[in-house]
Structure formats: structure tokens, C-alpha cells
Design a protein around this ligand. Structure first.
Ligand code: COA
Length: 708
């Protein structure tokens, strides 16, 4: 928010609210909003506005906002699109702090000009806009239901920010059905002005909000969102559900909200980097929010599964691996803790199997044992409807167990059984017990809990800082190179310029020199040592191989002479107008592990860095990791370890480990250069050949582009 902007608090906790378009017709949106505000018990002043005047639901209707003498914090606008600009002007003149524009028919259908006009006017007059194209907002703290959705919303501690109006309305219903309480639900629609980042500012400081869920279709300002999220996730868990994962989904989302859906992989990685938890489905997001908003955080990594069936226990073990839930494996301790509560034919190894004959009382004893032992930090309690327990007492027993231990340690339940058990699960869910029909569902909530726990823990640990010092990169030399390119009005660096830039950053490149005639070519090849490669040098030829301007693996003087003549002849005949400055003779690079490192200015997220293994790993498997810059050493290590082909760098089948340290350095250097040199838009090393540990790396090909 800018200095003169109104405090975002007034959007969620207004003292007085106006509804422009408050209709006398009960079927219209403008009427429903007034009705919801009244039914929700909003204690502030409500001013319905309609040129017809009269009365709506017992309230005096004002013909225009000018008739109102009171200050108004929020004006909800629900009149046709063509009338909105005038209403925005009146609101701004009246000193309204926030205009909540319900109306559709703006950028989402291509009417961007009108939307821009609204925002420009509002901003110039100190007013902010939520929407347009939204269903409104609900704030439990202000008992304010300024939506045209359901009139009854269960209040609680989960906040939802939804880009989709219809989904937002549906979520109000769904959370009610699941008896999950909301602190806020706010629709952002076209995000013409206010976007998630500003709403998050309020939600992270709101004591009534314990977990935040966001449904996102497209991002307007990824850099600001990312910065806000990095801060916000250190205070509260944030779960994001983003559509547009698939290519077709991304296109649908773009046309739905009029904003561009960023590449999904970049989005995912940057969300992870910020500590945001990305859910796959609506149900998963809600399950996570339920547990994150109500459970204590684990105090450590020792999770224990208690089960009455081996099968379901193994399923849970698999799920723990999938969702990153760390299982306790100290067999001796486990034996000491559980020996007395597990029959001889059971198992005291994690999963703790109290066997099919276990009664609900046996569950109680096992749970108590786990709760009382400090080194056990969380419990997954599972069961199959078996001979041992009486379904009649199932719900009361589980509810009692949960309420007596819910503040001690994280606990989650999953039971499989007949109609009585299923009924009980519904009953328990509605009472706030974290119980799930499916083991994977249950464990996935713990995955989110542990991911949030790890995020907070890492934040508390000392930062390693950016470890590339200015001494390692000669920025003076880089600026000189870039200035020359800019003077020539080029947007790309020639190979020898890119090479020089890499030298300035001390990134090793193959030895090479420029030769302008046959004698120089032969001399250069001898000095470098065979085998060598040769490439044409010309500002006019960018795709050298396409015109026969490249020769590889030249083993002796004769081959070098032939190649030189062939290159010159090919280029002259295929690009007769190109000015050929000579050829570059370079060392033929030894085979190593091919990697790719790229740094560029992303349209959505600003400066980012990417890392992947070369060849098929990048092209076919899309095995690449991304991070928003700046990153420190720890984050760079995380991005290297994230790729699936990471074991190849560690060395497989007896191969030695590769020089990961130098890869790390190169990632950090490219990131630092992109951050410091604003005129560079893209740097890509492809391939960066990585050799055995201690033997370094070599940037075989470097492509550098400048911003337009
Ligand atoms: N100030 C105040 N009230 C005004 C007005 C003004 N300048 N101009 C008109 N009105 C009144 C009208 O007289 C009418 O009241 P009435 O029914 O008592 O006569 C009321 O405002 C509504 O205007 P109307 O022309 O009937 O519009 P509508 O109710 O049919 O549609 C919208 C208005 C905003 C609902 C509609 O344009 C729209 O955008 N619908 C989609 C909303 C949506 O889906 N949003 C996204 C959700 S996710």
C-alpha cells in the first residue's frame, strides 16, 4: 500500500457501508447484498442507494451518495457496467475508502479500458477498488456479509481469498456443510487494483485468522505477491489452489479472468520457495486448512502410526513417504513405550499394530502412551472396523480421545468401515475432529503441517546469505561489454562478448581465440591443442550451424585448414551480405554431465533462475527447478536437489560424484549478474559441462540477451 492509501483494515472492518444499486426487487443482487448485511448482524451504519429512493428492508434509501452526511468506509457497487464509472467518481468525491465492485463486464470480457479508467480515477482520489467482477466479501470480525452468496456463513478462523466468484460462493456453502468456520472470505475477481498481497497484509495481522486459503487463476504482480508471501507464511500457514496446471487449463483461466496464468512449474517452485503449501484439489485445500488452523504444530520429526490393521498401516506408511511425513524409527524406544499396550502378536515397530482384536479402550491406551512420551511428536490413528470395537461407541470414544489430547500433539484419524462408521465420521468431522475416510487424505494433512513446520524452522535458522562477493565478479568489465553492445543497438551478445562476460564472472569456459586468416587459425589450433572446434564470427549470423558455420572435433592441421575454408565458403554462399570477422577456434570440450543454468526476467515473477540437467532431462522430462531471485546458498542447494535427476550428479553405478559446488557457484553468479545488470534480460549456459568433484565445470555455450 502507498503512504496515502486508506488502511486496509477499513475494508474488513468498516464503520459505515453503502450499497449502490440497492434494488427494491428481492431477486436482484443489489437487494440480496443489503439483506445479507442485515441478516449477518452488521452493527455499523448501512446506507442503501437507489435513485428511486423509498425504503428497503426497513432502511431509508438514499437517492445518491451525496445525500449521505456520514463518512463511508466501503461502498458496494452493484449497478450495470456502463454506470459504474460515474458511481466510482461520486464515491471518491464523498471520501469512500474502498469501492467493492460486484459488476461484471470489464477486463474479463476485454473491456480493459473502462476498468483502467475506474482504477486511475479511484487511485488519483485516494480510493481503492476491490474487483470488479466479484461476489463481495465476508468478515467475521465485523459481522459483515457483504456478498450476494448464502446468508448464513459459519464464523471461524479460516480465511479464503478467491479469484473465482462462483467457486467462492460454493466454498461458503461447502465450509458450512463441513462445519468449518470462516474468518473472512473475499473475492478478488479481475484484481484491477487490490490483489492478494494487500489482502494478505490484513489477514496475517488478524488474530481471528489461523490459516489462509487462496484460489488463484492468474497473477498480476508476481514479484510483490512473492515478497508478501515470504513474509506472510512465517506468520500463518497459507494454502494455495491454482488452476491452469494443464496447458488447456491455463488457456481457460486466462480467458476467464483476463489475466495471464504464469507457467505452472515456475509458479509451483516459487510458491514452495515462499513457504506456501500448494494443494491439488478443493477438498485437499480445505482439509489442510482445517488441520493447519486447529492443530498444534509438531515439536519434532517423530511421527507414529497407531493402527489395528497391518494393511492400512502400510498404506499410511506409503502416504507418509509421498507427503514428506517423517516416521519415528527408534525400535527400542518404541518397544518401551508400547510393549504394555500392544498384544504379543501385534507390532511395536512403527506402524504400531494393536491388532484386529483391539477395543476402543486399547486405542485409548495406545494413544495415551504416545501422548505421554515426549520424543513422539505426532500421531496418525487408523483403523478398520474389526471385531474388537463396537461401532455404537465409536464416535463418542474418538471424540473424547481427541478432545482430551488435541492441545498436546498433532493428531489425525482415518477409519474404514460400514455405514455406522461412515456416519460417525460425518458426525465427528462436523464436531471439528480431523478424521478422514481415506488414509491418504489424513496423511496429506500431516504433510502440510510438517511442510509448514519445516518452513518456520528454516526461517528461525541462521540465513547463509548471498555468498557471491563483488570480488568474484568484475562488474566494471561487464558494464563495459554491455555498453558496447548497447551502442551498437544490439539485443544479444556475440559469442566472444558472452565469453568475456563469463570471464568477468570467473565462470570457466573452453579455451578459445579469434582468428582472422588461415595462418592465425592454424596457430590458434596448435596453441589450444587438438581436438578443436571452429565457429564463424559474424554479427549478422546468429544461427551458425544452420549456415554451415560450425565444425567440430578437428584433430589436426589438415582438418583445421579444410574446415576453415568450408566455413568461409558456406557462409559467403548462404549469407552473401554477412560481414565475416573471422572464426573462433576453441578447445573441444571433454564430455561431462550436461546441465543447463538460466537466469531471466519472468513476465510474472521478475528475475528468476532455473536449473536442470541437459538434453532429454530438460526437453522431454521437463526436469527443471526454478527460484525467484535473490537466492542464497541454501536455496541454490535446494534447487539442485529438487530435480529428479539429482542422483546423476551424486554419481550412479560407481561413477564419482560431480562437482556440485561449482554448479552451485555458477547458479549464484548468474543470479547475481541478472540482479545487478538491469539491462540483461536472459543469460543461459547450455550446456554447463560438470566434471568430477574438484575438477570443475565448463560453460560450453552461453547466450545473453538484453532487455528491449
Ligand atoms: N445508483 C444507485 N442505484 C442505481 C443506479 C445508480 N447510479 N442506477 C441504477 N440503479 C438501481 C436500479 O434502479 C436498480 O434498482 P431497482 O431494481 O430498484 O430499479 C438497481 O440499481 C440495479 O440496477 P439494474 O439495472 O436493475 O441492474 P441489475 O441488478 O439487473 O444488474 C448487476 C446489476 C451489477 C448485478 C449486473 O450488471 C452484473 O454485473 N451482474 C453480474 C454480477 C456478477 O456475477 N459478478 C461476479 C460475481 S462472481
Amino acid at each position: 500500500m502507498r503512504v496515502n492509501d486508506p488502511d486496509i483494515k477499513f475494508l474488513f472492518e468498516p464503520q459505515a457501508i453503502a450499497v449502490i444499486g440497492a434494488s427494491h426487487n428481492p431477486t436482484k443482487i443489489g437487494h440480496k447484498i443489503v439483506a445479507n448485511i442485515l441478516e449477518g448482524g452488521y452493527p455499523g451504519q448501512v446506507y442503501p442507494i437507489n435513485p428511486k429512493g423509498g425504503e428497503i428492508l426497513g432502511l431509508q434509501v438514499y437517492k445518491s451518495i451525496e445525500e449521505i452526511t456520514d463518512k463511508i468506509d466501503v461502498a458496494v457497487i452493484a449497478i450495470p457496467a456502463k454506470l459504474v464509472y460515474e458511481a466510482v467518481q461520486s464515491c471518491a468525491h464523498h471520501g469512500v475508502k474502498f469501492a467493492v465492485i460486484i459488476t461484471s463486464g470489464f477486463s474479463e470480457i476485454g473491456n480493459t479500458e473502462e476498468e483502467t479508467k475506474l482504477v486511475a480515477y479511484a487511485r488519483a482520489h485516494g480510493m481503492r477498488i476491490l474487483g470488479p467482477n466479484i461476489f463481495g466479501l465476508y468478515s467475521a470480525k465485523a459481522s459483515l456479509n457483504a456478498t450476494f452468496g448464502p446468508s448464513e456463513i459459519t464464523s471461524g478462523n479460516i480465511a479464503i481469498i478467491s479469484q473465482s466468484g462462483a467457486l467462492g460462493v460454493a466454498l461458503v456453502g461447502k465450509t458450512k456443510a463441513a462445519n468449518m468456520g470462516l474468518s473472512t472470505i473475499v473475492s478478488v475477481g479481475n484484481k484491477s487494483d487490490l490483489a492478494e498481497e494487500e489482502l494478505l497484509e490484513y489477514l496475517v495481522s488478524d488474530e481471528g485468522t489461523k490459516a489462509i486459503m487462496m484460489y488463484i487463476e492468474g497473477i498480476k504482480n508476481g514479484e510483490t505477491l512473492d515478497t508478501t508471501l515470504q513474509m506472510a507464511t512465517k506468520k500463518k500457514p497459507i494454502v494455495v489452489l491454482k488452476s491452469g496446471r494443464s496447458k488447456k487449463g491455463a488457456i481457460a483461466a486466462a480467458s476467464h479472468t483476463g489475466s495471464l496464468a504464469g507457467a505452472d512449474e515456475i509458479f509451483s517452485d516459487i510458491m514452495g520457495q515462499s513457504g506456501v503449501l500448494r494443494a491439488e484439489s478443493i477438498q485437499e485445500a480445505l482439509n489442510w486448512c482445517q488441520v493447519l488452523s486447529s492443530s498444534p504444530l509438531p515439536q519434532g520429526d517423530n511421527c507414529v502410526i497407531i493402527t489395528n490393521g497391518g494393511g492400512i498401516g502400510v498404506l499410511a506408511t506409503d502416504a507418509c513417504e509421498k507427503y514428506g511425513v517423517p516416521l519415528y524409527d527408534d525400535i527400542e524406544t518404541m518397544h518401551n513405550v508400547f510393549a504394555e499396550v500392544v498384544p504379543k502378536f501385534g507390532s511395536v515397530k512403527n506402524p504400531i499394530d494393536i491388532t484386529g482384536q483391539a477395543s476402543l479402550q486399547d486405542y485409548g491406551r495406545a494413544l495415551k502412551a504416545a501422548m505421554s512420551y515426549d520424543e513422539i511428536h505426532s500421531i496418525i490413528c487408523l483403523g478398520c472396523e474389526a471385531a474388537g470395537f463396537d461401532p455404537e461407541f465409536f464416535s463418542t470414544t474418538i471424540e473424547t480421545l481427541f478432545s482430551s489430547h488435541k492441545l498436546d500433539k498433532p493428531m489425525v484419524f482415518s477409519f474404514v468401515g460400514g455405514p455406522k462408521i461412515e456416519e460417525s465420521i460425518y458426525y465427528l468431522k462436523a464436531r471439528g475432529v480431523p478424521i478422514f475416510f481415506d488414509v491418504y487424505e489424513a496423511v496429506s494433512t500431516f504433510g502440510a503441517l510438517y511442510a509448514h513446520h519445516r518452513n518456520l524452522k528454516e526461517y528461525m535458522e541462521e540465513k547463509t546469505g548471498i555468498t557471491i562477493s563483488d570480488q568474484e565478479i568484475d562488474f566494471g568489465l561487464i558494464e563495459e561489454i554491455l555498453n558496447r553492445v548497447k551502442q551498437e543497438k544490439r539485443q544479444f551478445l556475440l559469442a566472444y562478448e558472452a565469453e568475456k562476460l563469463m570471464q568477468a564472472a570467473r565462470v570457466p569456459m573452453p579455451q578459445s581465440s579469434i582468428a582472422r586468416n588461415l595462418d592465425e587459425v592454424v596457430k590458434a589450433a596448435r596453441e589450444i591443442g587438438y581436438p578443436v572446434v571452429m565457429k564463424v564470427v559474424s554479427k549478422d549470423i546468429i544461427h551458425k550451424s544452420d549456415v554451415g558455420g560450425v565444425a567440430l572435433d578437428l584433430e589436426n592441421t589438415d582438418e583445421v585448414i579444410d574446415a576453415y575454408q568450408a566455413i568461409i565458403q558456406n557462409c559467403r554462399s548462404r549469407m552473401p551480405n554477412a560481414i565475416i570477422e573471422g572464426v573462433e577456434v576453441a578447445e573441444m570440450v571433454q564430455k561431462g554431465t550436461e546441465t543447463i543454468i538460466g537466469a531471466r526476467r519472468d513476465q510474472t515473477f521478475g528475475p528468476i533462475v532455473a536449473f536442470g540437467l541437459g538434453g532429454i532431462y530438460v526437453e522431454v522430462m521437463k526436469d527443471v527447478s526454478f527460484r525467484a531471485l535473490p537466492i542464497d546458498r541454501k536455496e541454490a542447494i535446494a534447487m539442485i536437489k529438487q530435480i529428479k535427476s539429482y542422483p546423476l550428479l551424486l554419481g550412479v553405478r560407481g561413477e564419482p560424484q560431480k562437482d556440485i559446488e561449482r554448479v552451485l557457484d555458477t547458479i549464484l553468479k548468474l543470479g547475481t549478474i541478472l540482479e545487478s545488470c538491469k539491462s540483461i534480460s536472459d543469460i543461459e549456459i547450455n550446456p554447463l559441462m560438470v566434471y568430477e568433484q574438484g575438477k570443475g565445470v565448463k560453460a560450453v555455450d552461453v547466450r545473453i540477451l538484453l532487455t528491449t
